[in-house]
Design a protein around this ligand. Sequence first.
Ligand SMILES: C[S@@+](CC[C@H](N)C(=O)[O-])C[C@H]1O[C@@H](n2cnc3c(N)ncnc32)[C@H](O)[C@@H]1O
Length: 247
Amino acid sequence: MPRRSLPKIQGNRDLSRYFIPMELEFMSQIDPATAALAQPGDGADKVKRVEYASLAGLTGEEFSQRIFGRVAPTELEIGSGKGLFISGAAKANPERNFLGVEIAYRYALLSASKLAKQETPNGVMICADAARVLRELVPLNSLVAAHIYFPDPWWKKAHRKRRIVRPDVVKMIEDRLVVGGKLHFWTDVEEYFRSGVEIIKLSTNLAGPYSVLERPSTGTLDFHTHFERRTRLNQLPVYRSYFEKLS
Ligand SMILES: C[S@@+](CC[C@H](N)C(=O)[O-])C[C@H]1O[C@@H](n2cnc3c(N)ncnc32)[C@H](O)[C@@H]1O
């Protein structure tokens, strides 16, 4: 489904507890079309400037302390989009940390603004390529959950290697989950669901897939993510699964 324009984000906010933009150098290995999405906006907002190198090589506790200012069980969302999941999850689970990684600057900013507006500093957005964040920053055995909801399908066969549910990425997720940690994968694209589940089964030792029942919606906001809302309001199917690290 095509994207609609983003709501206007009010400028000049203090997002320093909620938003870590990437250094541009960090984007050098991604394709130009995606890199264009990742360019910073007007820069009017107060954001947390962090040297990526200073986040690398930390233990799980140090990483949690550095990003959230406290040590708590941490969940990662890849591709937060407009931030419905991360803002809802951070509000509903104050005892947990939620780190959202979103490559598109405007979407990362919008998600961080939602977190700031509801004053939930247990949710933090980082604007960067999730594969690189996993590879270089997220410590091993540090996540209690990873969430991938409605990832970009990259329809053309030649572009499939850009999909985020791919062997190297799901293996990195497995290695970064604690025992008992879960990987959640939902999409509206049946072919991506089937091939993604197969990739997870072949590339990791995660147990699953386990199916997830559809939650009845009581209103237009009672959905897991923005894309789930759009898909269900269009009466199209959503394919849901989760996997668990058993050892
Ligand atoms: C189709 S949208 C889904 C957004 C949200 N998860 C939802 O369900 O509403 C996919 C999101 O993933 C982001 N994305 C794509 N590739 C990414 C990457 N390598 N790292 C981080 N985010 C990425 C896109 O910018 C986009 O916002």
